[in-house]
Design a protein around this ligand. Structure first.
Ligand code: ADP
Ligand code: ZN
Length: 215
């Protein structure tokens, strides 16, 4: 199934993407992860992307569309995928539609994780990620048993470079201005499903899973 998880920074796209990817055995494709890998690898693309990411601004459409175009050709994307963090503006959504029309495999559904604005800030400032297994904790909302240590694997927890207050504020502003219009865009295509993104994490996974089952 070819799907998009839509939602503000901190809405839980990453967390839900990991669970749903396992459950449905399709890859979670996150442009944020692809870009961070390029930055870590020190590639030209990573160097071009880094300043925008540090500022909480969008990386150029050309770069992210190129990343997605390439990633969708991998074998594991044959039976579908969960796009996480892409598209992020109307131009990217139109480019994606065009790409998929060319392949004769249009998107099947878009799930919006709806989280009130005031909760997003707390989630983002408190977020800590395991260096080894990628598990996500929150020092305010779901702290690990031992500070700085992953409950799952004992790995070290780190804070993402763009999870500081100034950058977070800008990411949320960019979401409101550039990404939120996608809600109307996908509504018009009759592909939008909205899920309440607060409360029990497993219940959210089940709710999104039920939508995936139907499409
Ligand atoms: P979040 O959704 O929590 O802000 P992501 O990991 O999805 O985090 O993205 C981190 C950063 O990577 C963004 O702030 C932006 O700079 C860049 N980025 C990710 N996806 C895109 C995209 N589709 N278009 C432009 N920039 C992107
Ligand atoms: Zn871990």
């Amino acid at each position: 199934m070819r799907t998009v998880l839509l939602g503000a920074p901190g809405s839980g796209k990453g967390t839900q993407g990991v669970f749903l990817s396992k459950k449905f055995d399709i890859p979670q494709i996150s442009t944020g992860d692809l870009l961070r890998a390029a930055v870590t690898a020190g590639s030209d693309l990573g160097k071009q992307a880094k300043s925008a990411m540090d500022a909480g601004a969008l990386v150029s459409d050309e770069i992210v569309i190129g990343l997605i175009r390439e990633r969708l050709t991998h074998d594991d994307a044959k039976n579908g995928y969960i796009l996480d963090g892409f598209p992020r503006n109307i131009a990217q959504a139109e480019a994606l539609d065009q790409m998929l029309v060319d392949l004769g495999q249009p998107l099947q559904g878009v799930v919006l994780l709806d989280v009130p604005f005031n909760e997003l800030m707390q989630r983002l400032t408190g977020r800590r990620t395991c260096k080894d297994c990628g598990a996500i904790f929150n020092v305010h909302l779901s702290p690990p048993a031992e500070e700085g240590v992953c409950d799952n694997c004992g790995g070290e927890l780190f804070q993402r470079q763009d999870d500081n207050e100034a950058t977070i504020e800008n990411r949320l502003k960019v979401y409101e201005e550039q990404t939120a219009p996608l809600v109307g865009f996908y509504q018009q295509q009759n592909k939008l499903h909205t899920i309440k993104g607060t409360g029990d994490i497993d219940a959210i996974t089940d709710a999104v899973g039920a939508i995936f089952d139907d499409i």
